[in-house]
Design a protein around this ligand. Structure first.
Ligand code: DAT
Ligand code: MG
Length: 189
């Protein structure tokens, strides 16, 4: 059976504003299991399109993090934003085993999205990370500066964490840590 994973990332504004501990703490307290963690400077070609990939490896053309947004008007400023300083890359796993039907809907991906809140920080509810910690709709408008990223589906979670072949996205093979938490029996019956 497979454990669902979400790729969670503290964006450059979260790092610059000293919110790393606060944001990690919210996921820790919720009870997610941390499987990967690093400070990382995102190269432009990871966020958008890598010349090498287009030229030599068209079959993995679709691996860039924000590939789905490349036609949006805010895309260039989104890339500037996400590459403007270090980010903190995290992988969180829920304790929930996907094969256990009763828990399937409560997976880490959807749950993390709820903790994170709405994309536009002005619309994010108080209590969520974006609702509590972000206000701006963009330093170099029109990109929302919303402090954190979370995968929007289990499949995208997989895609964003480790990709096969030369197209590793945010983590390379061997960078994730397999471990068991002593908390698990107290979180999941
Ligand atoms: P999310 O980060 O909530 O998954 P997304 O994947 O649709 O949202 O977009 C990625 C980022 O792009 C988002 O965190 C901020 C920016 N963005 C999205 N929609 C936007 C919009 N309508 N105006 C400005 N920036 C936007
Ligand atoms: Mg998204």
């Amino acid at each position: 059976s497979e454990v669902e994973q979400s790729y969670i990332m503290i964006k450059p504004d979260g790092v610059q504003r000293g919110l790393v501990g606060e944001i990690i703490s919210r996921f820790e307290k919720k009870g997610f299991l941390l499987k990967g963690l690093k400070l990382f400077r995102c190269p432009k070609d990871l966020a958008q399109v890598c010349f090498i990939r287009i030229y030599y490896l068209p079959f993995i053309f679709s691996q860039e993090h924000y590939k789905d947004l490349k036609d949006k008007p805010f895309f260039p400023t989104l890339i500037d934003y996400i590459t403007s300083g270090p980010v903190v890359c995290m992988v969180s796993t829920s304790f929930v085993i996907l094969s256990c039907k009763a828990w399937e809907g409560a997976g880490v991906v959807a749950s993390a999205r709820k903790l994170i809140g709405a994309t536009n920080p002005l619309q994010a509810e108080p209590g969520t990370i974006r609702g509590d910690l972000a206000v701006q709709t963009g330093r170099s408008a029109p990109t929302f500066m919303n402090v954190v990223h979370g995968s929007d589906s289990p499949d995208n979670g997989k895609r964003e964490i480790v990709t096969l072949l030369f197209a590793a996205l945010w983590f390379k093979e061997g960078e994730l840590c397999q471990w068991e938490s002593v908390q698990t029996p107290w979180l999941v019956e």
